[in-house]
Write a protein that binds this ligand. Structure first.
Ligand code: AFP
Length: 323
């Protein structure tokens, strides 16, 4: 029988790669590991449980209707991060402002606790995205400065995809590894060691319903994809679209539109963590002009255009945009 390696074992085995105190990374990732299992349980029964399924009746800071599971997932991740003690503050898609823990923790986390939540009640994959930074401010509380660090300063990033199986994928800057939740034992097990993304992808993922708003460069790139018979895949959950392209090779595009002139996706907790992961897997991520990880944030919920995936495809879109 093949040897099983659990996520907890893997983290312990690889924690020497972490620049800071070795136990800290375990604690940080434990929060996500535990919360992910609990959120996974709720996501799996969403189709049955009427009290969980459906809109909460409030809007989040982005003006989007919050689904009940969004709120549940947000509370769960925050509770787990608070209890582990390494994180002193969180920026979440679901909270207008920074959530402080007042515990002296040395890290801050930016997260989208449940991405693609409009897909919950139609039984389509959704996800969680997270980004971890070392705190740089020195006062009693974390400040905006801690969250305004460029993506290059991330010490770890990851996502969880709740799909036909549930997977946790993360990087600390030493490659990307994926773990699948075995529901029979309730444990994440190493299933995708050392993920590398193909340099030439087979798919492009974009909401073409917005295409009349796209710049001529983006329109031309999409036309070129069609001419070369590149397959189209769009799920409408960033994590799921990204995960698919990471494994199979492809590009995800969310350009500026008339409705979202700065792009729709959020820099801190969508673009940056996925950009760190894709680069670690050999791919690229850009806003169309600048490498995502080099962007200097100025707002907690800042949006940016995103072109992310296989290296040669991202280079192709950059060339087309520049021509
Ligand atoms: P929700 O969490 O509100 O469903 O938003 C998800 C998201 O930000 C991202 O995950 C998707 O890729 C994107 O929106 C899909 O949006 P479009 O409907 O504009 O294509």
């Amino acid at each position: 029988m093949a040897q099983i390696k659990t996520l907890a074992e893997f983290i312990t085995e690889r924690q020497h790669e972490f620049t800071y105190a070795t136990g800290e990374l375990s604690q940080l990732l434990t929060s996500f590991r535990l919360a992910a299992k609990i959120v996974n349980r709720e996501v799996n029964k969403a189709g049955l449980a009427e009290d969980i399924l459906g809109a909460q009746g409030t809007d989040n800071v982005q003006g989007e209707a919050q689904q009940k599971l969004d709120v549940y997932a947000n509370d769960m991740f925050i509770r787990m991060l608070r209890s582990q003690g390494e994180v002193c503050a969180v920026a979440s898609e679901e909270n207008d402002d920074i959530v402080h823990f007042d515990n002296g923790g040395r890290y801050v986390v930016a997260m989208d606790p449940l991405d693609g939540s409009s897909n919950i009640d139609v039984n389509v994959s959704i996800g969680t995205i997270f980004s971890i930074y070392r705190r740089i401010s020195t006062g009693p509380k974390a400040t905006m400065e801690d969250f305004m660090q460029p993506g290059t300063a991330q010490v770890a990033a990851g996502y969880i995809v709740y799909g036909s199986s549930t997977m946790l994928v993360y990087t600390t800057g030493h490659g990307v590894n994926g773990f699948t939740l075995d529901p029979s034992i309730g444990t994440f097990c190493l299933s995708h060691p050392n993920i590398t993304t193909p340099a030439d992808g087979l798919y492009y993922s974009v909401n073409e319903g917005n295409s009349t708003d796209f710049s001529q460069g983006v329109k031309t790139y999409i036309e070129n994809c069609k001419k070369s018979k590149t397959g189209a895949r769009y799920i409408g959950s960033l994590v799921a679209d990204f995960h698919r392209n990471l494994l199979k090779g492809g590009i995800y595009l969310y350009p500026a539109t008339a409705k979202s002139p700065k792009g729709k996706l959020r820099l801190l907790y969508e673009a940056n963590p996925l950009a760190m992961i894709v680069e670690q897997a050999g791919g690229s991520a850009t806003d169309g002009g600048t490498r995502i990880l080099d962007l200097k944030p100025s707002e907690l919920h800042q949006r940016c255009p995103l072109f992310i995936g296989s290296k040669n495809m991202v280079e192709g879109v950059m060339r087309t945009l520049a021509s």
